[in-house]
Design a protein around this ligand. Structure first.
Ligand code: XIL
Length: 379
């Protein structure tokens, strides 16, 4: 073998093994980026923490504009932060994410106007329906109108459904009645005529809950109110990604004439005995539930890479129906799944590791667009 061929062989092996062993490659030293390779397919987004919105994390400050063209605030537009008291709104950080989007030419998805979780205490303690209605109307109108023309879309209502597809018994359902979701969209449409309006939930790829989401969407449409899309959160588990349900969902939701987005994608690798993303559900910590504190075994790393590759293959198959795929976080160290549903775990659900380096899953997702299929590692 000539010296040149030998070097080429080493580079090829390095690429095929996901570049984990030979040379440390940081995202900034790779040429391709997620948003670039998928630019003709769908937007690629990430949820940002407040530190990241303020560009206080140097690694993220460099990586986010390079890899992503859409952002969602992980927490700072939720009611408990943006509207802490009856007469007080706190727009500081929300204004910053709108400015961040403008600076880097990114789409900003507002998350979220109406959600039963992370409500401020003054709402959680409300007893009478009139107060809830007043909060509901003022909140949607004030927040949605402030960002109209400054952000691209809103998750108008988040998680209004139970697992069986019935309406969740939230404060909004019990105080405002069955039509509250339609009313939220009506108010948002009025306050934000230039912003896309989404219904967002987890597990709505699963048949029963999907049926519930479809009936919510049809009800909004039948009332003559605008709904532009549905957000499937996409908090899934390694080795158990529900591909068939996801594909059926893409087809069924888009048949309603709306956009489909994957809004909070992560694939967790740690044990858990329930599915979904109900943030009020907690599990006591226990070392058995935290097996990978010293690193992810290669078999799991490869399964994760394969799941992400198959998922993006499916997304590409239906790219005409998919508007955006947003990861719930930038890197593994920052993921909410280190703290939920069990506190203090070491999780690995995203495409970038704790050092912000791309993982094998990243290369598989990029490879779908940059390598001919016969060059890709078989699985
Ligand atoms: C999570 C955030 O990531 C955490 O930082 C926070 O403590 C709780 O909420 N579904 C949603 C998101 O719609 O807003 C949640 O985000 C995750 C589940």
């Amino acid at each position: 073998m000539s010296k040149r061929n030998f070097i080429l062989a080493i580079i090829t092996v390095g690429l095929m093994t996901g570049c984990t062993s030979t040379k440390k490659i940081t995202s900034s030293s790779t040429t391709a980026s997620l948003k670039d390779v998928y630019k003709n397919d769908f937007l690629i987004g990430a949820a940002l923490s407040s530190q990241q919105i303020e560009e206080k994390e140097p690694n993220a400050a460099e990586l986010v504009p390079k890899e992503f063209n859409a952002i969602t605030p992980e927490n700072i537009m939720k009611a408990e932060i943006i509207h802490p008291e009856w007469d007080r709104y706190n727009f500081d950080l929300a204004d910053k994410i709108a400015a961040y989007g403008k600076k880097y030419n990114m789409k900003v998805n507002g998350h979220t106007l109406i959600w039963h979780s992370q409500l401020p205490a003054f709402v959680r303690n409300m007893k009478d329906a009139d107060s809830v209605r007043q909060f509901f109307t003022d909140h949607i109108t004030t927040v949605a109108s402030r960002y109209d023309g400054k952000i691209t879309s809103w998750d108008v209502v988040n998680e209004a459904l139970e697992e069986d597809g019935s309406m969740r018994k939230s404060i909004f359902l019990t105080k405002l009645g069955d039509d509250y979701v339609t009313e939220a969209f009506r108010l948002a449409q009025k306050a934000a005529p230039n912003t896309e309006l989404f219904y967002n939930d987890y597990n709505i790829e699963q048949p029963k809950k999907r049926a519930g989401a479809i009936s919510i969407i049809k009800k909004i449409q039948a009332a003559g109110v605008r709904i532009d899309g549905v957000g499937i959160q996409g908090h899934w588990h390694v080795g158990r990604v529900p591909f068939k349900d996801i594909e059926e969902s893409i087809l069924e939701y888009s048949a309603l004439g709306i956009k489909v987005a994957f809004t909070e994608l992560d694939i967790e690798v740690l044990p858990r005995n329930f599915q979904g993303a109900d943030i009020s559900q907690r599990v006591a910590s226990n070392p058995e539930l935290n097996p990978y504190t010293n690193g992810l075994p290669d078999s799991v790393q490869q399964q994760l890479a394969m799941d992400y590759e198959n998922l993006f293959k499916l997304f590409l198959k239906h790219k005409d129906k998919i508007d955006r795929v947003t990861f719930w976080g930038v890197n593994d160290g920052q993921s909410w799944l280190n703290g939920w549903p069990v506190r203090g775990r070491t999780n690995y659900p995203l495409l970038f590791d704790r050092q912000f380096k791309p993982k094998p899953a990243y290369y598989r997702v990029i490879g779908l667009k940059t390598k001919p299929s016969e060059d890709r590692k078989p699985f």
